[in-house]
Ligand binder design. Structure first.
Ligand code: DC
Length: 212
C-alpha cells in the first residue's frame, strides 16, 4: 500500500505521517527534508538558490542523513527549501529517489507537496492536510522557540504566506490537492483527532480489499 500525505507547512502532516507509518508498519520518507537538505548544502557551499546547474549537482548526490534535524528545521532552511523547490532541475534530480522509495515492495508512506500528484499518482490513499495560516504560524512559532530561535509570531505568519504562495504558484509540480485526495483540516483538531481521521481514510481503503 502506498500512502501519500501532502499539505501545507506546519499543517500537522509530518506528525500524521509518522503516526500512520508506525501504525501500518510502512517505511516513511519526509520529502521536505530532501529540499531542505539541498538548500542547506547550497548555502554551505556558496551555491546561489537559483543556480540550476549547481543545485542539480547537489541534489543528484544528496545524502539527507548527513544533516541534523536541527539544521534542517530552521526557518532559513525552510525558506531556502521552498526556493530551491521551484527549480525543475532540482525536482528532477530528486524524483527517482522518491519514486523508488514509493514503489518498494511492501509499500511506503511519503509526505510532501506533490506526492499524490507527481511522485505517486497511483497511491492507494491520498491525504491533503491543511489548517488556516494563523494556526499554522502559531505552531511553527512555538517550534522555533523550542529550537531557541527568537522571532515574532507576526513575522512567522508573514513568511508562511510568502512560502505558501511560492509553493502553490511554481510552474513545476505546484503544491495542489490531487482530485482524489481526502482533505483533513487540522485548524481546530487535536493531533490525536487528526490522526484518527487519517486512519479512518486508510481503513476505508483496506475495507475495499487492499492489503497493507
Ligand atoms: O514540508 P516542508 O516544510 O519540510 O518543505 C519544505 C519546502 O520544500 C516546501 O516549502 C516546499 C518544498 N517541498 C516540495 O516542493 N515538494 C515536496 N514534496 C516537499 C517539500
Amino acid at each position: 500500500m502506498i500512502i501519500a500525505i501532502d499539505g501545507t507547512t506546519a499543517s500537522g502532516k509530518g506528525t500524521i505521517a509518522k503516526r500512520l507509518a508506525a501504525k501500518y508498519g510502512l517505511p516513511h520518507m519526509d520529502t521536505g527534508c530532501l529540499y531542505r537538505a539541498t538548500a542547506v548544502a547550497a548555502i554551505r557551499q556558496g551555491v546561489a538558490l537559483d543556480d540550476a546547474e549547481g543545485l542539480q549537482r547537489i541534489a543528484a548526490t544528496l545524502d539527507p542523513a548527513a544533516f541534523s534535524d536541527a539544521e534542517l528545521r530552521t526557518g532559513e532552511a525552510g525558506k531556502a527549501a521552498s526556493q530551491v523547490a521551484v527549480v525543475p532541475e532540482v525536482r528532477r534530480a530528486l524524483f527517482d529517489l522518491q519514486r523508488s522509495f514509493a514503489t518498494q515492495p511492501g509499500g511506503a508512506l511519503l509526505d510532501g507537496r506533490d506526492i499524490g500528484t507527481v511522485i505517486a499518482p497511483d497511491a492507494d490513499v491520498k491525504l491533503w492536510v491543511d489548517a488556516n495560516v494563523e494556526q499554522r504560524g502559531y505552531r511553527r512559532w512555538r517550534e522555533y522557540l523550542g529550537y531557541g530561535q527568537i522571532i515574532s509570531l507576526e513575522e512567522v505568519i508573514r513568511q508562511m504566506r510568502i512560502r505558501d504562495e511560492r509553493d502553490q504558484s511554481r510552474k513545476d509540480a505546484p503544491a495542489t490537492i490531487a482530485t482524489d485526495a481526502i482533505l483533513i483540516d487540522t485548524t481546530d483538531l487535536t493531533i490525536d483527532a487528526a490522526v484518527e481521521k487519517a486512519i479512518a481514510a486508510v481503513e476505508a481503503v483496506l475495507a475495499r480489499g487492499k492489503t497493507v
